[in-house]
Design a protein around this ligand. Structure first.
Ligand code: PBG
Length: 324
């Protein structure tokens, strides 16, 4: 036998030397859920170890995460039902606690990257990402609302706005409106290939943002489609996106890989709430080992081609790295 692949696996040092994928903490984005109020740290049942935070508690948590080397964060608002309406007007209201929090976070930690969410659903009484009229989603009428929201977030200090709505034409629309408002340096991370997935359930529980009627299949992509992701990626690239995102991540590694091969923009992947819940549940039951299964999940997403991973495991991963 001349060729023995096992020679390159014979010691930890050799395995480390030939390792093809290295996941750096700088690639991880840690998502947080924000609620209005004070002194709140309320655990999300379906996502153990993840919380709805009030801003005072969240600032302490971010400080702790920075201590582990995490500099990238995404923020989502959990809005009280009485503030929701058909046109998501609270999303750009003067006294919006989410916008205040963006400002406070960037004031306390100007060095971090803060990614904010552009979509109607957390503020919509219909629980949809677009305006609903006679049971249909009004694509073009939704765009100005998204723009108002994005400009308000840019004004509050967001480094990157991330449209997660899947309306047609929204990246170009946002780019124009942001530029006209003087925010040409605010980046856009587009949810490019966002699928109508069953794995967003725990997130919708966290934000109480599930659709009141119908589903999101007329705007989010069919999980059966891969080539369609190229149509979305072509458009987002032409419309001025700074990042392309695939969501969810682990069941869509082929899509991540395909976009990485064909586009030059950084590729982000969202390791969504259901992927986190599934792993946590198996680990709690003792069916899987968290310390080994979790890093394997993240490494696989990176190996497929993700440059950036949004993941609820960011802090635990960073902690494990610090301990090593
Ligand atoms: C909605 C949005 C969703 C997620 C991020 N933004 C859910 C949805 O489309 O209903 C899901 C994230 C996760 O599951 O972790 N704008």
């Amino acid at each position: 036998m001349q060729i023995r692949p096992r020679r390159n696996r014979k010691s930890p040092a050799i395995r480390n030397m030939v390792r093809e994928t290295r996941l750096d903490i700088a690639q991880l984005v840690y998502p947080f859920f924000l609620v209005d109020g004070k002194g709140i740290q309320n655990e999300i049942t379906s996502m153990p170890g993840n919380y709805r935070w009030s801003i005072d508690q969240l600032l302490k948590e971010i400080e702790s995460c920075i201590g582990y080397g995490i500099q990238q964060y995404a923020l989502f608002p959990a809005v009280e039902e009485q503030l929701k309406d058909r046109i998501a007007s609270y999303s750009y209201a003067e006294d919006n606690f989410y916008l205040d929090a963006i400002q406070e976070i960037k004031k306390a930690f100007p060095q971090i990257v803060l990614i904010t969410d552009v979509a109607m659903d957390p503020y919509s009484s219909d629980g949809h990402d677009g305006i609903v009229k006679n049971g249909e989603i009004e694509n073009d009428a939704t765009l100005p609302i998204l723009a108002k929201m994005a400009i308000a977030q840019a004004e509050a200090g967001a480094d990157i706005v991330a449209p997660s709505d899947m309306m047609d034409g929204r990246v170009g629309y946002l780019r124009n409106e942001l530029d006209e408002a003087g925010y040409s340096q605010t980046s856009i991370m587009s949810y490019t290939a966002k699928y109508a997935s069953a794995f967003y359930g725990p997130f919708r529980d966290a934000l109480d943002s599930a659709p009141k009627a119908g589903d999101k299949k007329s705007y989010q992509m069919d999980p059966a489609n891969k080539r369609e992701a190229f149509i979305e990626a072509d458009l987002d690239t032409a419309e001025g996106a700074d990042f392309l995102m695939v969501k969810p991540a682990t069941f869509y590694l082929d899509v991540i890989h395909a976009l990485k091969e064909s586009y030059s923009l950084p590729i982000a992947a969202y390791n969504v709430s259901g992927e986190c819940a599934m792993l946590m549940a198996a680990c709690e039951k003792g069916y899987l080992n968290y310390e080994t299964a979790m890093p394997e999940m993240l490494t696989s997403i990176a190996r497929a081609g993700a440059d950036i991973i949004l993941t609820y495991f960011a802090k635990d991963y960073a902690k494990m790295n610090a301990a090593r």
